[in-house]
Design a protein. Structure first.
Lengths: 283, 128
């Protein structure tokens, strides 16, 4: 499984000279398990570049949306395969208690917010409402579960031939249980992450910032580390950086927070970086 | 096995409220009651822990005004759980501290975002 990071940022895109190393585009991760298909985690602004650097063999995309906040869907309207007849695109995501995925997504993909409506897209488009039943996408079995973040929001666990990856881009387990590290059964998202090879997890705030942002739906790096310990993951990829955190601040943030010995490796997400998940979780 | 997020958040909310709250899962088993509820039930949750339906529905000896025991399935929480609708009632209970108290109970079902029945919760207060 090859993993490519196209967007690392949370909340809002933050391009500029201060964010070139960690990246300024919002959430988007590409997973490659087969030569002619791709699975994409979230459709933030990083999705546009992915669409521009396609392998000519690829004809199918499965885009898994965690939720429909703008930083996770804004790239959809600028994703070139949606505008081509020769692509099959499947978009998976959560509906709400009162509206399905198509209805909710149409609020963005329609005027006045966007000039093109979903039915006008020339690709072979399929929308799928997720629930707790596992689904199959090319190369992976996908489990979704609702997690702690404002509005219907899911996390994903993808299991392929080479290993497993859990994606919890927007996740505040501390809100759901302030002693989550001591109470596994009350820990949001834990079932998705137990024993996984790679955990990509929200690390938006510093500990000091979190005190003023409780309930906003995000974690600190400390929370992500504690969650990864509890889940006994093999590799942690901190992700979904705050737009106010520039490269120097993130460097200092990781240097200060990762001095302790962990049983897993920590690889902060960087836009443009790729890694392979091999058998036995070597990356 | 992690509880559904709706149940997790219900418990966390209960933990922050001064209103006595009791939460059960889809099987009817007691998952949690908060500190204000502990005072009315006469026992700390840390001491009783989770309880099966058959235990908590009889442990507090709920009776009606005439002193007749209320069958488990006629308790407001059981109605909310099994019939998926709110239910309210008055009852006397015998707390685990030996005190009898008259309570009003309002129970409501917990339906998940994906339509599943996750359990029920009740708020209750003591009538003077």
């Amino acid at each position: 499984m090859k993993v490519t990071v196209w967007g690392t940022r949370g909340s809002q895109a933050s391009p500029g000279p201060d964010t070139v190393r960690y990246g300024g585009n919002t959430s988007c991760i590409e997973l490659q398990a087969q030569p002619d298909t791709r699975v994409v985690l979230d459709a933030g602004t990083g999705l546009r570049r992915l669409g521009g650097e396609l392998s000519p063999n690829v004809r199918r995309f499965d885009i898994l949306l965690t939720h429909l906040h703008m930083d996770h869907i804004q790239g959809l309207g600028f994703f070139s395969p949606l505008f081509r007849h020769d692509f099959e695109v499947h978009i998976w995501g959560p509906g709400s208690a009162t509206a399905d995925l198509r209805t909710r997504l149409t609020r963005y993909m329609s005027p006045p917010l966007f000039p093109v409506r979903l039915p006008e897209l020339p690709c072979d488009l399929h929308l799928h409402d997720l629930n707790d039943a596992p689904v199959e996408v090319p190369g992976f079995t996908v489990h979704a579960a609702l997690v702690c973040h404002p509005g219907p929001t899911v996390g994903y666990r993808l299991t392929g031939a080479d290993g497993s990856l859990t994606y919890l881009s927007d996740h505040e387990p501390m809100l759901a249980c302030s002693r989550f590290a001591d109470s596994p059964e009350w820990c949001s998202g834990l079932d998705l992450a137990v024993g996984v090879d790679v955990l990509i997890h929200d690390a938006q705030y510093s500990d000091a910032e979190y005190e003023d942002r409780i309930g906003w739906g995000h974690s600190t790096l400390s929370h992500a580390l504690a969650f990864a310990r509890l889940a006994k993951v093999k590799h942690l990829v901190p992700f979904h950086y705050d737009p106010e955190h520039d490269d120097d601040m993130l460097d200092a943030f990781f240097d200060a927070s990762m001095r302790g010995h962990e049983s897993f490796t920590v690889l902060p997400a960087r836009e443009g970086a790729s890694f392979e998940v091999l058998e036995h979780a070597r990356i | 096995m992690t509880h559904p997020i709706e149940i997790i958040l219900m418990r966390e909310l209960a933990g922050h409220l001064a209103t006595p709250i009791f939460v059960i899962d889809s099987e009817g088993d007691l998952l949690f009651y908060n500190e204000p509820a502990e005072k009315l039930l006469g026992s700390r949750f840390d001491e009783t822990g989770m309880m099966p339906f058959a235990v908590w529905t009889t442990a507090f000896h709920p009776t009606n005004e005439q002193g007749t025991p209320i069958p488990p399935n006629e308790l407001p929480l059981a109605i909310a759980l099994h019939e998926h609708r709110p239910a309210q009632g008055h009852m006397w209970i015998l707390g685990l501290d030996g005190e009898r108290r008259r309570l009003t109970v309002t129970a409501f079902p917990l339906q998940g975002q994906w339509g599943e029945h996750l359990g029920a919760a009740a708020i209750f207060w003591q009538e003077q």
